[in-house]
Design a protein around this ligand. Structure first.
Ligand code: PXL
Length: 283
């Protein structure tokens, strides 16, 4: 079957045309994290969500819920990106980078990024995922630092990733500020470094820094345990807000609010961790 050319002339003038947001990310089968979290976040914030899949992660309930990790073949990643970039050429200006999982995936993604201009490249620097081949992890981290970090316009490291990317041990908010500044220096990107539940105190504290403005974003902690999907949702919400025209600081504030509401209205399951629900603010 063939499709007729797009009948754009007949589309009513009132039709909403949402901003396009692409996530290049892994599937996390239970739906809490990864591409599933990203797409739900995009939908919730009113952007047109697209995904190019890099890998498939399935937790193993028979092995303490450890990650099973299967990469998507590099050519298949390149094919997805070719389809997406051809389909939305001119409209696709904002991308989120989630879990890559291997150096070859990073190279494939970097090549696709170089094929066009971008307004916003949001990097969630997912480093080591349990279940990956240990030998690969160091190479993957190195490739992420050299090939993707310099392209990013916005980076969202968690506590561990901020330590790895900055070389600073983070025990308190002052350390987190120093790490955010150091990561900005090496990347040139706006940075939202997440303390989350890892720092002591009653509040979940994150630090925004873009070279000019340093802002501590703070919200009362909801429990003491990390919730699945918080990092993915935060970065995806930043992505959606940037695509809609928000400034990086506005995007960070909205994203933090969405994550806080999503954690308050979390989804319980038979896994040992709850998952954030992107519709939390509706509850
Ligand atoms: O939260 C990090 C993350 C990102 N992407 C995928 C994941 C996870 C964690 O489980 O599985 C696909």
């Amino acid at each position: 079957m063939t499709f007729a050319a797009s009948p754009s002339a007949s589309v009513p003038a009132t039709t909403l045309s949402p901003a396009v947001t692409l996530t290049i990310a892994g599937s996390e089968a239970t739906g809490g994290a990864g591409a599933q979290a990203d797409l739900k976040t995009f939908q919730e914030l009113g952007t047109y969500g697209i995904v190019a899949l890099t890998c498939i992660v399935s937790f193993n309930p028979k092995d303490n819920w450890n990650h099973r990790f299967v990469p998507v073949e590099a050519q298949v990643i390149a094919d997805q990106l070719e389809a997406i970039q051809s389909c939305y050429a001119g409209d696709l200006k904002t991308v989120k980078l989630g879990m890559m999982g291997s150096p070859v995936t990073i190279e494939t993604v970097a090549a696709a990024l170089e094929a066009q201009e971008w307004d916003n490249i949001v990097l969630d620097p997912v480093l080591i995922c349990k279940g990956q081949e240990p030998g690969h992890a160091l190479d993957t981290d190195q490739a992420l630092k050299t090939k993707l970090l310099p392209k990013a316009t916005f980076v969202t490291p968690n506590h561990f990733e901020a330590e790895q990317l900055s070389g600073i041990t983070i025990n308190n908010v002052e350390d987190l500020k120093a790490a955010a500044k150091a990561i900005h220096e090496v990347s040139g990107a706006a940075v939202l470094a997440k303390g989350g539940v890892r720092l002591e105190g009653d509040d979940a504290v994150d630090v925004f820094y873009d070279g000019e403005t340093l802002e501590v974003l703070s919200a009362p902690k909801v429990g003491e345990h990390a919730v699945s999907g918080a990092g993915c949702t935060l970065a995806a919400a930043v992505t959606a807000e940037l695509a809609k025209g928000a400034t990086p600081l506005e995007a960070a504030r909205t994203a933090k609010q969405m994550v806080t509401e999503g954690i308050k209205n979390r989804k319980e399951s038979h896994a040992p961790f709850d998952a954030l629900w992107q519709g939390g603010a509706r509850a």
